[in-house]
Ligand binder design. Structure first.
Ligand code: HEC
Length: 173
C-alpha cells in the first residue's frame, strides 16, 4: 500500500516535471500564466493582433520600458518579414508601446522575466533570478510586502532594498 502511494506520487512528480519542461521549454517567455491585462489606449487592437502572430504579445512587452526609438527599432526588427503590415499599423503599434511602456513608467512586476527584472529593479542577475524563482514557487506577487519577502530571500543589501521601496508607486501587481 505504502509503496503504491509512493509510486503514484513519484509518477505525479514526473508528470509535473514534464509539464514544466513543456511549458517553459516551448514558451520564449515562460511566464504566460501570470495574467495582467494590457493597458487601454489607441493602437492596442493593432498591437494585439499583429504582435501575437509569433508569441504572447503582452508577455513580450510588459517587462520592457523603452524609448520611442527603441520601440521603433524593435517593431521594425520583429516585422521585417511581415511585408503586409502597413506603415500606419506599424506607427499605431509604436505609439501604443511608447505611450504605455516608457522609461519611468509602470513596472508590471508579474509580467517581467528575470532578465527584465534585472534591468527594471536594477538588480544583479543572481538577485533577479532569485526574485523570479520566488514568484515561480509562490505564484504571482499580490503586494509590495510579498515582493519585499522575495527580495529578502535573495539577501539583497539594505541600500538596494531601499531603492526598490522608492519605486513602490510604479509597481503594478
Ligand atoms: C515573425 C514572428 C514575430 C512577430 C510577428 C513578432 N515577434 Fe517579437 N519575437 C519573436 C521571436 C522569435 C522572439 C524571441 C527572440 C528575440 O528576442 O529576438 C521575439 C521577442 C520579442 C521581444 C523580446 C525581446 C527582448 O529583448 O527580450 C519583444 C519586446 C518583442 N518580440 C516584441 C514584438 C512586437 C512589439 C511585435 C509586433 C510589432 C512582435 N514582437 C512581433 C518573433 C516575432
Amino acid at each position: 500500500m505504502g509503496v503504491g502511494v509512493r509510486a503514484v506520487r513519484a509518477e505525479g512528480q514526473g508528470l509535473a516535471a514534464a509539464a514544466l519542461l513543456v511549458c517553459c521549454g516551448l514558451s520564449v517567455f515562460g511566464f504566460g500564466a501570470a495574467a495582467q491585462s494590457l493597458p487601454n489606449s489607441p493602437g492596442k487592437d493593432t498591437f494585439e493582433s499583429v504582435c501575437s502572430l509569433c508569441h504572447d504579445a503582452p508577455a513580450a512587452v510588459m517587462g520592457k520600458l523603452w524609448t520611442k526609438a527603441q520601440w521603433e527599432a524593435k517593431v521594425a526588427e520583429m516585422l521585417q518579414e511581415e511585408t503586409d503590415v502597413t506603415s500606419q499599423e506599424r506607427s499605431a503599434i509604436v505609439e501604443y508601446l511608447t505611450a504605455n511602456f516608457k522609461p519611468g513608467g509602470k513596472i508590471y512586476i508579474n509580467r517581467a522575466t528575470a532578465k527584465d527584472l534585472e534591468i527594471l529593479l536594477d538588480l544583479s542577475a543572481r538577485d533577479a533570478e532569485a526574485v523570479a524563482r520566488y514568484r515561480a514557487e509562490h505564484g504571482r506577487f499580490k503586494s509590495v510586502s510579498e515582493l519585499e519577502d522575495a527580495l529578502k530571500s535573495a539577501a539583497l543589501p539594505p541600500k538596494d532594498a531601499a531603492r526598490i521601496s522608492a519605486m513602490k508607486g510604479r509597481l503594478e501587481f
